[in-house]
Write a protein that binds this ligand. Structure first.
Ligand SMILES: Nc1ncnc2c1ncn2[C@H]1C[C@H](O)[C@@H](COP(=O)(O)OP(=O)(O)O)O1
Ligand SMILES: [Mg+2]
Length: 193
């Protein structure tokens, strides 16, 4: 089972909150048939299940903090194994959030062949998240939590991009552009794999 995953293409999708990761991943799924795994969505599903673990996660996420590394990684791994037979590749969206998460992923699962860096300005991300908050029902899409999530992104997640740049697998897309133009850039990066 783990071997199957090793052979599949693994793409890390990294960018700030509200940069457009989920939006682009949906389009990649439609065009390339990749499996989209959003760490945030997996965690929110656990919260929605009402489990004891979900309750602890909810408290952490509401504060805009990172949940324990092993919890996220186990969830991603389980979800990857569940799709191993049908998946051409995996979009790992919103992970790694910090360099250590990337290192652990590689130890336990495999190496990414591409890091898609979905880049947007801080003010753009805030605007998009405030708008998304009107309908998303996400308890972390509020002004106070958004600010914390952005701070954490710059402090913990941007170093992830630097880390993988040294390996030459980072492709940056300009997510200030309209969705379809961003997707053109995303497609070019995937076509080159
Ligand atoms: N290139 C783009 N131009 C305008 N709006 C965009 C955009 N990409 C995404 N959006 C919108 C859709 C969402 O309401 C919001 C956040 O997008 P998202 O895909 O949910 O971000 P993320 O998954 O990175 O948090 O911004
Ligand atoms: Mg998302």
């Amino acid at each position: 089972m783990a071997d199957k995953i090793k052979d599949a293409k693994i793409i890390f999708v990294v960018g700030g909150p509200g940069s457009g990761k989920g939006t682009q991943c949906e389009k990649v799924v439609a065009k390339y048939g990749y499996t989209h795994l959003s760490s945030g969505d997996l965690l929110r599903a656990e919260v929605a299940s009402g489990s004891e673990r979900g309750k602890q996660l909810q408290a952490i996420m509401q504060k805009g903090e990172l949940v324990p590394l092993d919890t996220v990684l186990d969830m991603i791994k389980d979800a990857m194994i569940a799709k191993a037979d049908v998946s051409k590749g995996y979009l790992i969206d919103g992970y790694p959030r910090e360099v250590k998460q990337g290192e652990e992923f590689e130890k336990k699962i495999g190496k990414p062949c591409l890091l898609l860096y979905v880049d947007a300005k801080g003010e753009t991300m805030v605007k998009r998240l405030m708008k998304r908050g009107e309908t998303s029902g996400r308890s972390d899409d509020n002004e106070e939590t958004i600010k914390k999530r952005l701070d954490l992104y710059y402090q913990a997640t941007e170093p992830v991009i630097t880390f993988y740049e040294s390996r030459g697998i980072v492709r940056k897309v300009d997510s200030e552009l309209p969705v379809d133009e961003v997707f053109n850039q995303v497609s070019k990066a995937i076509d080159a794999l």
